[in-house]
Design a protein around this ligand. Structure first.
Ligand code: PLP
Length: 490
């Protein structure tokens, strides 16, 4: 690596990206050309024999790659859950990839490992987590790449804790519990750790519980399983579900989990960020002291570039005894103990892979550059826009809000009175509306299906998204609704 060439190329990329961000709202938000195989046709069949100038590469990015991207950083991206980027997140990411250290062992990069312990404690305190999940209170945290990894790691810890008592054959008896709104990553994780698919209990939710997981139904399922000789293992509660933004009652679920010796995990991938504001803290905080683990993704709504998932556990030993490896070539100060605590953290024992990224520096830069006040303002700006949009939808008699909004996700649909009772036609009308809006390239939203109803989701959270973008998408929706309703003569 030649430092001068490195500086020149890096400046060119930063300039390229600055121009991209200046113009990002001019691209069609969703990739305009959805024909599979388009890029393969544009690119040569094999890698070049000789290196090429960066300018040519960037020119190809501009010409061939950008038109095939969905622009997640567009201020009119309202699909899935947004993936945040920010100047501070980018600066932190540059430091992370620029230094390119690998803090799998404490000794492999002591300051990187220690910064991670500091940053996860800072985050836990900002979100109001109980001290038993923080290093300062006897627990601890780690930065992983995704919630999926966090779920696999905690399921592994719960499984091994149970099997240590029951013997390996008992794996066929282990049962996991979640709701029909829990993210699909949970079932994937359970499959990966060997839970038989017939032992996944998917508890139905309903409008009556705001699509939260009813603790009473979990209790009944758990008692039935225990009476039939199964072993209730793990309960996944969600604060801010993916489809509807629903919140499970963590305290009540935690009480059921405690009574039956189950591991309680709280997945706050999206809405965990909102807990930086006192007015949203209760959702995550109430009952969190009963959780064995909590995770959230700063890369969703906390101005932190992808990827970054915080996972906190109450028993670090449960995690490390399931995930540690101890080959001779990795022995170092972390492997020695003072009392029954390791002298230092070897983060390889807190995750799946050995190699890992220096994510802590990214999150640290974000926390220092915005401060808690800046992060609260970011969350509140989006929630205010979501409230405005929810009110606008509710005031238009052609539309309905499908579930009351809790954070910055609004779930709504067209419901013209002449379609009352005709659900199939109503779904067709809403599908057409969503296709028409996305087809303009001026906004991108995705859908969900609840109680058999097709619902449109407006997920506000992009770092460049302001009230004006939300007002614009509402104008666009109203115009397209007129067209669709006319076509159906409604
Ligand atoms: N859990 C919830 C509630 C989510 O909303 C998501 C993604 O949107 C996930 C889990 C999956 O997160 P990841 O992609 O980090 O595995």
């Amino acid at each position: 690596l030649d430092p001068e060439a490195f500086a020149g190329d890096s400046h060119a990329v930063v300039e390229f990206l600055a121009e991209y961000y200046r113009d990002v709202d001019k691209f069609p938000v969703r990739a305009a050309d959805l024909e599979p195989g388009r890029l393969r046709k544009l690119l040569p069949n094999s890698a070049p024999e000789h290196g090429e100038p960066l300018e040519e590469v960037l020119e190809d990015v501009r010409r061939d790659i950008l038109p095939g991207l969905t622009h997640w950083q567009s201020p009119s991206f309202f699909a899935y859950f947004p993936m945040n980027a920010s100047a501070a997140g980018f600066a932190g990411e540059m430091l992370s990839v620029g230094l390119n250290v690998v803090p799998f062992l404490w000794a492999a990069s002591p300051a990187a490992a220690e910064l991670e312990t500091v940053v996860v404690d800072w985050m836990g305190k900002l979100l109001g987590l109980p001290s038993r999940l923080l290093f300062s209170g006897g627990g601890g945290g780690v930065l992983q790449g995704s919630t999926c990894e966090a779920v696999v790691c905690t399921l592994t810890a719960a499984r091994d804790r149970a099997l240590a008592k029951l013997g390996h054959e008992a794996i066929l008896k282990l049962v996991v519990y979640a709701s029909d709104q829990t993210h699909a990553t949970f079932q994937k994780g359970a499959r990966i750790v060997g839970i038989p698919p017939s032992n996944f209990r998917v508890i139905p939710t309903s409008a009556a519980s705001g699509y939260g997981l009813p603790a009473g139904a979990v209790r009944v399922a758990v008692e039935r399983d225990a009476a039939a000789g199964f072993v209730p293992l793990y309960l996944c509660a969600t604060v801010g579900t993916t489809g509807l933004g629903a919140v499970d009652p963590v305290r009540e679920l935690g009480e059921v989990a405690r009574r039956h010796g189950m591991w309680l995990h709280v997945d706050a991938a999206y809405a965990g960020s909102a807990a930086v504001c006192p007015e949203f803290r209760e959702y995550l905080q109430d009952g969190a002291e009963l959780a064995d683990s909590v995770s959230m993704n700063p890369h969703k709504w906390f101005l932190t570039n992808n990827d970054c998932c915080c996972l906190w556990v109450a028993s670090t030993a449960a995690l490390t005894s399931a995930l540690s490896t101890d080959p001779e070539y990795l022995k170092n100060v972390g492997t020695t103990t003072t009392g029954n605590k390791p002298a230092a953290i070897d983060y390889k024992d807190w995750q799946i892979s050995l190699s890992r990224r220096f994510r802590a520096i990214k999150l640290w830069v974000v926390l220092r550059r915005y401060g808690a006040a800046g992060l609260r303002a970011h969350i509140r700006r989006h929630v205010t826009a979501a409230k405005w949009f929810e009110r606008a939808v509710a005031a238009d008699e052609r539309f309905e809000v499908v579930v009351p909004r809790k954070f910055s996700l609004v779930c709504f649909r067209l419901r013209p009175s002449r379609l009352a009772g005709n659900d199939a036609m109503n779904d067709a009308v809403n599908r057409e509306l969503l296709t028409a809006v996305n087809g303009t390239g001026r906004a991108f939203m995705t859908h969900f299906v609840v109680d058999g109803k097709f619902v449109i989701r407006l997920a506000i959270g992009g770092a460049m998204t302001d009230m004006q973008h939300v007002m614009d998408v509402w104008d666009l929706l109203q115009g397209k609704a007129d067209e669709v309703l006319q076509r159906y003569q409604l």
